[in-house]
Design a protein around this ligand. Structure first.
Ligand code: GDP
Ligand code: IMO
Ligand code: MG
Length: 446
């Protein structure tokens, strides 16, 4: 460690970049994180867990990462899992083994985990399932991975953390006391089978040494990396409108998916961040329940789903599809301090006669709102107001230069910029790394 004071890196060198979702998840964060990681030395996940499913496509190889940061395909890249992540050790080692089998080098050696990360144990998916059943028609449509119950235990201060594995005596005491409470609920409230202490120990103990060997002080690695001018990518999971505070509550996930969550969940300082790249599709999708004003329940929506292969990377569920929503994006831009957008899946809109962009919401009392409400209940009776633009017949698939885009595609993007109040930095025209138009490189020195 050095004592040399280092000024926050704002200004010329763009070394600390956040990549996060600005819609309801599955925007294409994996592709962009993987693309930018060719330049990065460190990629860090700060929130969520294996509810995430980030797709990386290289040639005919497709890899979906869930807990492992998307930098893993680049051998120079250190992959960090911060304190804000909920870590299911069984899922983590399954994923590591899949990546090993796929021929990715030194996977386990290149992943470091915070001792303060919450441990997601087999009791949590059981509670998740029980809670969803009980909600009946009001089910959130969770991924069933136990994410919510694990965060509940963390916030209630009864949860276990990765660092608790260091002392198995106290680990067992804490686990027994957690199970006393959770199994009481499973049995008496959810009417579901209990999860035994022995079964959890059997699953976790064999993984203990491997997991402890990955433990590191993530905040310190980031601080040292910053001093050494390393390029650091903060990889968000889920999306802005699944945020526990700013999403369509209660149809949200249980963590802060907004830019602030990347800071608290990694242990970086707020002034370390130099660029926030917001990822969005040129249309919208949502998996699970909850309000969705621009949803298309017709053949246009079906066309987007089939051309965009809009099926969940984690659960395989069909994604709901709809028009681009500039109202929601305006909130995402301010709440995340978006520096620029990566607009994804341009090619999916090829061949459409016309396109709509939602410019405002009409509220039930007739007033017009330029910003979205903060709770699901306030979306009742909200109708979208649209602007219609002409589509294009040419293919944009794989286009790598702005000049080669059809004129109407350029107009559509320009209008998205104007209505959303931010600029477009990256345009994606296909799932592969090179199917990209880079208008501004977030890591380039400014
Ligand atoms: P993430 O969760 O935000 O990383 O997104 P997902 O990986 O869950 O879903 C995005 C899907 O879109 C993946 O299947 C990607 O391979 C795919 N994808 C990303 N960018 C593009 C694009 O520009 N065009 C097309 N056709 N597919 C894309
Ligand atoms: P990535 O990182 C899309 C959704 C679920 C559900 C809600 C709560 O791939 O974009 P949870 O299991 O988190 O308690 O579910 O959040 N959800 C996602 N939707 N992409 C994701 O991750 C998601 N992670 C959770 O469908 O509606
Ligand atoms: Mg996904």
């Amino acid at each position: 460690m050095t004592n040399t004071p280092v000024l926050p890196g704002r200004g010329k060198n763009m070394n600390n970049v956040i990549v996060l979702g600005t819609q309801w998840g599955d925007e294409g964060k994996g592709k962009v994180a993987d693309l930018l990681t060719s330049k990065a030395n460190i990629v860090v996940r700060s929130q969520g867990g294996n509810n995430a499913g980030h797709t990386l496509v290289v040639g005919d190889r497709k890899v979906v990462v869930r807990l492992v940061p998307s930098g893993i395909l680049h051998s120079q890249c250190l992959c960090l899992i911060g304190s804000g992540v909920v870590v299911n050790p069984i899922a983590l080692f399954e994923e590591i083994s899949e990546l090993d089998k796929a021929g990715v080098a030194d996977v386990e050696k290149r992943i470091k985990v915070s001792a303060a990360s919450a441990l997601l144990l087999p009791i949590h998916p059981a509670i998740d399932r029980g809670a969803e059943k009980l909600r009946g028609k009001n089910a959130i449509g969770t991924t069933g991975r136990g994410i919510g119950p694990c965060y509940e235990d963390k916030v209630a201060r009864r949860g276990l953390r990765v660092g608790d594995l260091k002392n198995m005596e106290t680990f067992q005491e804490k686990l027994k006391s957690l199970l006393d409470y959770r199994n009481f609920m499973l049995k008496n409230y959810y009417h579901e089978p209990e999860v035994s202490f022995e079964s959890i120990m059997e699953a976790i103990v064999p993984l203990r040494d491997r997991l402890l060997a990955m433990v590191a002080d993530i905040s310190e690695i980031l601080s040292e990396g910053r001093k050494a001018h390393k390029k650091i990518l903060f990889e968000g999971a889920q999306g802005t409108f699944l945020d526990i505070d700013y999403g369509t509550y209660p149809f949200v996930t249980s963590s802060n998916t907004v830019a602030g969550g990347c800071v608290t969940g990694s242990g970086a300082g707020p002034l370390d961040i130099e660029y926030v790249l917001g990822i969005a599709k040129v249309y919208t999708t949502r998996v699970g329940g909850g309000p969705y004003p621009t949803e298309l329940n017709d053949e246009i929506g079906e066309g987007i789903r089939s051309r965009g292969h809009e099926y969940g990377a984690v659960t395989g569920r069909p994604r709901r599809t709809g028009w681009y929503d500039a109202v929601a994006m305006r909130r995402a831009v301010t709440i995340n301090s978006i520096s620029g957008l990566a607009l994804m899946k341009m090619d999916v809109l090829d061949g459409m006669d016309e396109l709509k962009i939602c410019t405002a919401y009409k509220l039930p009392d007739g007033t017009i709102s330029k910003l979205p409400p903060l709770a699901a209940s306030e979306y009742e009776g909200v109708t979208p107001i649209y602007e219609t633009l002409p589509g294009w017949k040419e293919s944009t698939f794989g286009v790598t230069s702005w000049d080669d885009l059809p004129e109407n595609a350029k107009k559509y993007i320009k209008r998205i910029e104007e209505l959303s109040g931010t600029k477009v930095a990256i345009l994606s025209t296909g799932p592969e790394r090179n199917q990209t138009i880079t208008l501004e490189d977030p890591f380039a020195d400014k």
